[in-house]
Design a protein around this ligand. Structure first.
Ligand code: BG6
Length: 481
């Protein structure tokens, strides 16, 4: 058994990182529009006032807004069966709390989806990929406020009804577990009153921050569950999934201390899926929250039932890397840290310190499928790397091909193991802005976009070697790697 006949091969993007047109067509400001560019060593900044002195990468991004026809044609040339994109919430509800949507915003996505359909490509739509309206943050405090649930549902109802004949596959929230891991402290804790750097991934959170993260995530759970129920009412054919940041965490040694620690840390990856797939908080919640300093989640009457009713149709996740963990502080120091953990001596890392581990994908797919037994989809994966453009605008990105080839092989192994895998949408199928650093230099695409970190370039699109390779992979349904 290898890739099933109807396997959904494609690619993935997100509005804040590739769409641009940030103030066109009646679009309002989103939180992302207030975040400047950084680098691997300098953080991105949130600024309350959008100043012409700063470079805000979401404003133009790669200008899909004006070039969507050209880009979708390139995806079609590679043979995409599916194209993942997110909706810029503020293109449809500029402030987020209006009753009526912005028609121009609706028209834009209709045109995009129709263009996909022209080539027989299914859109896979992330309803919210960090693009919360700035006004909802400023006025209500973002996801920490229960009000956001209704605003989100109004947005969902609008797009479900509007695109019910064009879109079948939906994801309610991108990487919902990033909120509990603190990546989204702006989203959960409200916007800072002063310009400030985005939270460092490895910094230690205060009790208040943790409290906010879990409370805000609870509101997203309720919003997601209600959206699933609503979506199925509007079109019973809809397939609505969750989306979780994946990644395997291994014990650094076979010391049982490390093994138990790894098991506990993996709960940060499993926690959200456990709620969204099984419809209830998992058995380990109480102790986990107690040990985090006594976090309590405020629930309203009916929340428990809502979570039960709104379980997802499929489980999707991103997978870029694995990490190790150890309880031994000395070993930790000696091994050297990589992003979010301890360095694995058996693995190489990307230039951004993300450890490359194809077998970890087979491992994780089996762990997840064994846990949930519902269809799986890998909706992000890939290598962020520096590309060199040679004469004639050619890009020989054999490193990217190697990365993807090895991960595809491991997905095939997982399918042979018995995992029900629906599709694969590698991240940044066209070069786009990096979320962690705001750079253009960290490229994932099969298609090169001529734009640099400072925002200079023609925005022309050039096919990389990986473009021709992926086309072959899709045409052979994963046989010709
Ligand atoms: C995922 C996000 O975490 O990783 C994407 O869903 C992001 O938005 C991707 O772009 C890769 O991360 P980065 O920092 O390399 O852009």
């Amino acid at each position: 058994m290898s890739f099933p006949k109807n396997f959904l091969w494609g690619g993935a993007t997100a509005a804040n990182q590739f769409e641009g047109g940030w103030n066109e067509g009646g679009k309002g400001e989103s939180v992302c529009d207030h975040i400047t560019a950084g680098t691997v060593s300098t953080p991105r900044y949130f600024t309350n006032v959008i100043s012409s002195e700063n470079n805000y990468p979401s404003h133009e991004a790669i200008d899909f807004y004006h070039r969507y026809k050209e880009d979708i044609a390139l995806f079609a040339e590679m043979g995409f069966k599916v194209f993942r994109l997110s909706l810029n919430w503020t293109r449809i509800f500029p402030k987020g709390d209006e009753d009526k949507p912005n028609q121009k915003g609706l028209d834009f996505y209709r045109a995009v989806f129709e263009e996909c359909k022209k080539y027989g490509m299914e859109p896979l739509v992330t309803i919210s990929h960090y693009e919360i309206p700035y006004h909802l943050m400023k006025q209500y405090g973002g996801w920490l406020s229960r009000d956001c649930i209704d605003f989100y549902l109004n947005f969902c109802e609008t797009v479900f009804k509007e695109y019910k004949d064009l879109v079948t596959y939906w994801l309610t929230f991108n990487e919902i577990n990033c909120m509990v891991m603190g990546v989204g402290d702006i989203l959960s804790g409200g916007i800072p009153s002063e310009d400030s750097p985005l939270q460092d991934f490895n910094s230690v959170a205060t009790k208040e921050q943790k409290q906010n993260r879990f409370q805000a995530t609870h509101h997203q759970f309720v919003a997601s569950a209600k959206a699933v129920v609503l979506g199925h009412e509007i079109n019973p054919e809809f397939k609505i999934g969750c989306m979780v940041a994946g990644g395997a965490i291994y014990p650094y040694t076979c010391n049982p201390e490390d093994v138990v620690l790894a098991q506990q840390e993996m709960r940060m990856n499993y926690f959200c899926g456990d709620v969204q797939v099984r419809g209830e908080y998992p058995y380990y919640t109480k102790r986990m929250l107690e040990e985090m300093g006594g976090i309590s989640i405020d629930m309203e009457d009916g929340d428990v039932e809502v979570l039960k009713q709104g379980t997802v149709d499929f489980y999707s996740f991103s997978y870029y890397m694995s990490t190790c963990t150890t309880a031994d502080e000395e070993a930790k120091k000696a091994s050297g840290n990589v992003i979010m953990g301890v360095k694995n001596p058996y693995l190489k890392a990307s230039d951004w310190g993300w450890q490359i581990d194809p077998k970890g994908l087979r491992y994780l797919l089996n762990e997840l499928y064994g846990r949930y037994q519902i269809p799986m989809m890998v909706v992000e994966n890939g290598l962020g790397a520096v590309d060199v453009v040679e004469a004639g605008n050619v890009i020989h990105d054999s490193y990217r091909i190697d990365y993807l080839r090895e991960h595809i092989k491991q997905m095939e192994e997982a399918i042979k193991d018995g995992v029900d895998l629906m599709g694969f949408t590698p991240w940044g199928c066209i070069d786009l802005v990096s979320i962690s650093t705001g750079e253009m230099k960290k490229r994932y695409g099969f298609i090169y976009v001529d734009k640099d970190n400072e925002g200079n370039g023609s925005l022309d699109r050039w096919r990389k070697d990986s473009f021709y390779w992926y086309k072959k992979v899709i045409a052979s349904n994963g046989k010709d790697l």
